[in-house]
Design a protein around this ligand. Structure first.
Ligand SMILES: [Fe+2]
Length: 282
């Protein structure tokens, strides 16, 4: 990669200036619309740690957050910061940032006409969805460990196995809390429709998280998940952060890839999905 291949203003770690002053009133309005809709929905749906992180951060309802202000607070709590990127970045660049406690967040925001459709993670997904949990020490360590593990997995050629773990935890995870199942995955909490589907709809499976099982399981990138994996407590992620994945990669690489909706006899089911949503599309 040559510097000359990068868009203007972009550095070799792919970060750009957020240029907060250049967001238009219309762009702030998109944030405000999404924020209001999502905040109403998440009380009683998002996990306690997410809601606490949101309250403690300088995230206003009516303005796209300024990454400098977010980073100042995050740094104090968990040593993380938020850096702006133009969209998706190459795997190695992404992992390198995470391994150094820098969360790359899309600088742009979706169009008002496409509130529910996203090709690349924007500032609403990345900041509203991910940043509140970076205030939590467990998630803070877990995501850094994922960055370190990602660099290793890439070298070993087993990135797809690790990526499934990230997908089914950081992006689409559910956690059991005292009043029932709650959301912690950023891909869910930043999506109006999936916040409802993942918790309320009888269609998807909800299965107890099991590391090798998850590594084996393919996922959907363009639709709701057919299966969500449920942890009992965020502490389970802390154990994962301290697990050596290397022996597991060898075991799991021998096994077949499971389709997203597969149920195995040994799965511990929290809810067996009736499958109506995805079956209707097949
Ligand atoms: Fe994400």
């Amino acid at each position: 990669m040559h510097l000359s291949d990068l868009p203007p203003g972009q550095r070799d770690d792919w970060t750009i200036d957020q240029q907060w002053d250049r967001y238009t009133p219309e762009q702030h309005q998109v944030w405000a619309t999404l924020f209001e809709r999502q905040t109403k929905l998440l009380e009683g749906r998002a996990c306690d740690e997410f809601l606490a992180g949101m309250r403690a951060l300088p995230i206003a309802p009516d303005k796209i957050p300024d990454f400098r202000q977010l980073s100042a607070v995050l740094k104090q709590h968990t040593g993380w910061e938020v850096v702006a990127v133009p969209g998706l970045v190459p795997d190695e660049v992404f992992f390198e940032h995470l391994a150094n406690r820098r969360f790359p967040a899309g600088q742009f925001i979706r169009e008002a006409s496409q509130l529910d459709y996203l090709q690349e993670p924007d500032v609403f997904h990345d900041v509203f969805g991910h940043v509140p949990l970076l205030m939590n020490p467990i998630i803070a360590d877990y995501i850094q460990a994922y960055g370190v593990g990602g660099l290793r997995a890439k070298e070993k050629g087993v990135l797809d196995l690790l990526a499934r773990v990230y997908w089914y935890t950081v992006e689409f995870g559910l956690v059991e809390q005292k009043d029932g199942l709650r959301l912690y995955g950023a891909g869910i909490v930043s999506s109006y429709t999936e916040s409802i589907f993942a918790l309320d709809d009888p269609s998807p499976n909800r299965v107890r998280f099991d590391l090798p099982r998850v590594m084996q399981t393919d996922y959907r990138i363009d639709d709701f998940q057919e299966t969500y994996f449920v942890i009992r407590h965020l502490d389970e992620l802390l154990q994962l952060a301290h697990t050596d994945f290397a022996p597991l990669y060898e075991q799991v690489a021998q096994r077949p890839v499971l389709q997203p909706g597969t149920i195995l006899p040994q799965d511990q089911l929290v809810h067996r999905g009736i499958g109506t949503y995805h079956n209707a599309k097949r």
